[in-house]
Design a protein around this ligand. Structure first.
Ligand code: NAD
Length: 285
């Protein structure tokens, strides 16, 4: 049976490393700062934001959260972003998505200074990733790459099949895999005969959003299976996109849900915030 990749433990190690880096930065007079902005009362979004705030504080990042009601205007939100762009205490700005319908997410993301865009959604950062340059990488796919690195699973020459093409997960997961010299296939809702393609994969990254979608007959024996999905099954229990119990009998390594990719996502947000603060510190020197 497959080795279980313990995302929680890996995340904990990285956060401990970050904590030390933050202490060193503080010695040199810089406290990394993260500002999170949330509009509206989506319960899941508030839970994510609270957890981002708590995790930041735990490792010594200065953290502020700006909570606004659902009818907050686009203009005011853009003003807030501009204010944070110009605030020296803030190295990372994150606007929690989704935003209420009367606000253009594109406009808001475009307004964030690329050098503070720790979510990696600004077109400048996405563009840099496409041309293979360092930038802020989207936290969930970046977390996958870091997790594989920590597990000593190289992507060099491997066939990585990504299921899903969203801008937040699927596409950047494919591009980061390419950056690590994988041969990459992207599958999506219009893909024909998905199992025939995923069975050729050395690494499957599932980011679909359908419980138990990836079954044992999708997987080549020994393959690495990364499950990004966050779903509820019929019993209301949290589960991924992968039929974990059966796939783990075929795969070589697999991430569980919860406790796999999830804990890595916020960790990479903290990582990007520290990276931004370090870049700022280097500029001042
Ligand atoms: P999305 O809905 O934006 O994208 C889903 C993708 O799956 C689409 O590109 C679509 O083409 C593809 N797809 C849909 N049906 C398919 C099918 N039948 N066969 C093949 N492909 C199909 O979702 P997303 O934002 O990319 O998120 C995907 C999943 O990952 C969700 O469950 C989400 O909750 C989860 N997620 C987890 C984290 C984390 O931190 N662990 C972060 C972001 C998203």
């Amino acid at each position: 049976t497959a080795a279980i990749i313990d995302g929680k433990a890996i995340a904990k190690d990285i956060r401990a490393e970050l904590k030390e880096e933050i202490e060193a930065l503080k010695q040199s007079g810089i406290t990394p700062g993260l500002a999170v902005v949330i509009v509206g009362d989506d319960q899941a979004s508030h839970t994510y934001v609270n957890s981002k705030e708590k995790s930041s504080k735990e490792i010594g990042i200065y953290s502020e959260v700006h909570r606004y009601p659902a009818d907050y205007s686009e203009e005011k939100l853009l003003q807030k972003v501009e204010e944070l762009n110009n605030d020296d205490r803030i190295h990372g700005i994150l606007v929690q998505l989704p935003l209420p319908k009367h606000i253009s997410e594109d406009k808001v993301i475009d307004a964030i200074a690329p050098e503070k865009d720790v979510d990696g959604f600004h077109p400048v950062n996405v563009g840099k990733m496409v041309i293979g340059k360092d930038s802020f990488f989207s936290c969930t796919p970046y977390g996958i790459i870091k997790m594989l690195e920590k597990e000593n699973i190289s992507l060099e020459g491997k066939h990585v099949v990504v299921i899903g093409r969203s801008n937040i997960v699927g596409k950047p997961a494919a591009l980061l895999s390419l950056m690590h010299n994988a041969t990459v296939t992207i599958c999506h809702s219009r893909t024909k005969d998905l199992p025939a393609i995923t069975r050729q994969a050395d690494v499957v990254i599932a980011a679909v959003g359908i419980a138990n979608y990836v079954t044992a007959d999708h997987i080549k024996p020994g393959a690495v299976v990364i499950d990004v999905g966050i779903n509820r099954n019929d019993a209301g229990k949290l589960c991924g996109d992968v039929d974990f119990n059966n796939v783990k009998e075929v795969a070589g390594a697999i991430t569980p849900v919860p406790g796999g990719v999830g804990p890595m996502t916020i960790t990479m947000l903290l990582f990007n915030t520290v990276k931004s603060a370090k870049a700022k510190a280097a500029k001042i020197k």
